[in-house]
Design a protein around this ligand. Sequence first.
Ligand code: FAD
Length: 383
Amino acid sequence: MSQPIVIIGSGLAGYAVARELRRLTTDKAVVMVTADHGGFYSKPMLSNALSTGKTPESIINGDAEKMAAQLNITIYSHTRVEAVDTSNQSVELSNGERLSYSALVMAIGADQVRLPLQGSGVSKILTINDVDDYKHFRDVLVDKKRVAIIGAGLIGCEFANDLSATGYQVDVIDISPQPLGRLLPPEAGAYLQQKLEAVGVNFHFNMTVESVDQTDTMMQLRLTNGEKIETEIVLSSVGLTPRINLAKKAGLLVNRGIVVNQLLQTSDKNIFALGDCAEVEGKVLPFVMPITHAARALAATLAGKPTPVVYPAMPVLVKTPACPTVVAPPESGHAGEWRVESNGEGVKAVFQNNSGSLLGFALLGQATAMKNELATKLPPILN
Ligand code: FAD
């Protein structure tokens, strides 16, 4: 009997591959090995769960047992893959077992970046990158009123909106001069800032946190300008770094992420990677839409029909109900300039090159209605 396809990770990427594969074939044995509980859930729901009335438990759509039955796969939950032996095509598990594979899929995600901060409260700084982190956050949130968020990127802004909309006092600190500093031109950033301030978010821009100290019941952040912020919980949301160590240890090519070609194939022809851990043709795109496209292509490849992934333009919806926002940032390094139109109802910002071709956009407020029309004019991200 041939060896199974082994998928490492039960996040959106791992499950998307398993599901797409099952659409194509019921013949191949599939084993999923995951360090966590193995339940299926949509991670983006975490950053607006308070205002949508969701609990961490209600976000999980199916536990490992249900998912294994539904997809006709075997799932090892709470089990880590410790090492990959590429010459024998096997993985070593934290429970001491060894599993052989015909093909191995790494869908192992990314880690939250931790800033090197000083102070007695540093070990209490929270990050949220999965439902278990979120459950802990919700437990800590009980009876608290004040949260400081380090980082005004996509996830920081979403949590800020969710928390302030549900009655928390929220401070957000960021080194850049505006929210979503890497995604929005200044006028659009100012608009988003104003809308989030209107629901109570307190921004501290052009500033970094120097230290976080724990006092009796409070946490105190000291900023570079000497300002002090008293809060009860500190949430850090300053970016992600793909998990590359397992691949690196196995001798696979890694860079920012696990390096794969358009077939999602690593430097070993039997090992593939997708999702937040992968660097596909030089692109690290930690979002849901790239996973959907990659999983479909990879499943076809694993089912016997080599299929390169193609990425169309993939605008990202920012879940800040105080200011509906859609971003399709231009690829870094592309020459061009932002043209911004705004009125009290929204902002339309388009990034064009010098021949007038659209390379990116940011739409806020009522301008988000133009998303589909503009998305069709964007070049594909990978074809
Ligand atoms: P993960 O979900 O991180 O899964 C990795 C899996 O690998 C886990 O099961 C883990 O246990 C397992 N694992 C890791 N190492 C090992 C090992 N050695 N052995 C066994 N198992 C291992 N994207 C959008 O497009 N739109 C949004 O609105 C949006 N909102 C978001 C909100 C939040 C709060 C967050 C955190 C992210 C959001 N994202 C959003 C990003 C999106 O959720 C991620 O891109 C996506 O969920 C990543 O899925 P993944 O399967 O690649 O990684």
